[in-house]
Every structure is written in C-alpha cells, then in structure tokens.
Design a protein around this ligand. Sequence first.
Ligand code: SF4
Ligand code: SF4
Length: 306
Amino acid sequence: MFFLRTEQTGLVFDVQRYCVHDGPGIRTTVFLKGCNLRCFWCHNPESYSQTQDLMFYSNKCIACGKCFELCPHSCHTIADDGAHLIDRSKCTLCAACAKRCFAGALTMSGRMRTTADVMKTVRADAVFYRNSGGGLTVSGGEPMLQSAFVTELFQAARTEGIHTALDTAGNIDPREYDAVLPHTSLILFDLKCMDETVHKAATGVGLSRILENIRRMGRGSVPVWVRVPVILGVNATTENMRAVHRLLADLPAIKKLELLPYHNLGASKYENLGLTYKHSDMKAPSKELMAELIGCFADADYQTSA
Ligand code: SF4
Ligand code: SF4
C-alpha cells in the first residue's frame, strides 16, 4: 500500500473508535482542540482552548499528596472543608502533577500528534470502514482552526481509500476550506439557529460567515449533512426550523438534515476543568416536540432524521 509522506501535527484531545453518529457507517472520530464558538450547551468544553488543559477528577483522587509536593507554583491546596482546590490562575500547564498522579485524578487534555501517528489508529479499523461504508471523521471544537493538519490527515486517509468527514460549525473564513475540501468526502455542518440576535447570545458569534459557508458548500461538489442541536429556549421552535428549511431548499449538495436532541452528558467535564456548568437544569426536548420540529422538513428533497 502507498502511504503519503506527512509532516503536520495537530493538538488532539480524543480519538473515539467505532462511532456510529458522526457520518455513515462505523467511524473513527478524531477530536481537535480549539473552538471559536462558545455554545452554552457544549458537551466538549475541553475543546474550547487551543492549548492543553489540566483535568481533575476528584472521585479518583486518593489523597497521596504528590501533586502538592511537585507543583512549582503551589496551585494545589486543601480547603477548610477538606476539598482539593486548584488555583488555575497560577497554573502554567507544566504537567508535572499530572505525570505523577498515578491514580489518574489529574490528566492533561490535548496531545500534539503527527498525521502519521493518527493514521496508525485510523488505519487499524479499515476493515470496519470497508464493511460498513464508514471512515474517518474529524471533529472538535472547530477542526478548521487546525486546517493544515486536517488537510494532510484527509489527504493521507483518502490515499488509502478511507472516507473522510469534516465536522465544522462554519465560523471560518471561507477561503480556509479551499485546501481541505478536495480531500473531503462529506461535510457535517453544525447549524445552531437562524436568528442573529439569539445566535450571538447563545454562541458568542454572529451568523454571517456561517451562512456564507453553508450556502457556498451547499452549491459545491462535496455532499453536506446539516446537523442542528435542538436546544430549548434557543432554536426548538417551528419558526426556526422553517427558516432552516428555507435556507437549505435551494442548495443541491445538502443530502441530509439531522435534528440532535440536547443532552447534558458533558456537564461533569466543566467541573473537571474548573469551570461552572450554568445550565444543569436545562431539559432535553420531548419526543413529541422533536416529531413536530422534524415535521417542518416533510417536503424536503434531502433525507431527514430526528
Ligand atoms: S497526585 Fe493525584 S491522587 Fe495524589 S493527591 Fe494529587 S490528585 Fe490526588
Ligand atoms: S500543571 Fe504544573 S503548574 Fe499546573 S497545577 Fe500541575 S504542576 Fe502546577
């Protein structure tokens, strides 16, 4: 088999094998760090920063004291009630504590990996991709913040006949996609909501670049699956879904629309990162509401699912 010569590295925070929700078939999903949105419901908050993060799992801590001894900046302290505190304002992410925490209570999220190294993991499941119509998905965060790495990774995968899917939220200069799309088999476009004011309040950014990119991709040669997370109080209305339908109606590359109900499975990660999850009482949309919302796309030319 011919392997492409590679040289790029990317900051990867997770690689999940045997995924069935990130494109067709069985897939390996590579998660890259860095995101330029701040969706308040995000279940991957460790993707926010473009640097490593220190994660602390208090339930695994055996109180051995190693991190207190090793930290050069005395970041680890004990509160009056016995809780293990970390002063993250002093932390330089040197990783000294995480390297010696044998209980696994302290870990660094994010590791620089070469294209060749990631491809070793991806290649290991080639037989599953062949049998299921699956492949490699790159997600995040916003993977396009590391577009040179994604381009090289996709190029390497496609050289070996592996299907590639790019999971993007589209808040990127449209020219950035020019290098990666020739090596992309499928675009998974995450669209949040159609109201500029609500979008800005919910994600921290406006819609203009996102809409420009979805229109451009929707008229391009790479098939696009649009994925809309359904978030109560943000976009879970028929009015919003009809606006999505109008947007997609004249875009021939759109092949599928998926409505994804909100879940709070990522809530504990906020605590592990020393962040506060402000929406722990947020509910998932009911089955009835999901059925009503997907009904807005009943006459669509593309596939739909909810
Ligand atoms: S090194 Fe790990 S197990 Fe030991 S006190 Fe620190 S966090 Fe807890
Ligand atoms: S990563 Fe380094 S600076 Fe940060 S808490 Fe651990 S030892 Fe201290």
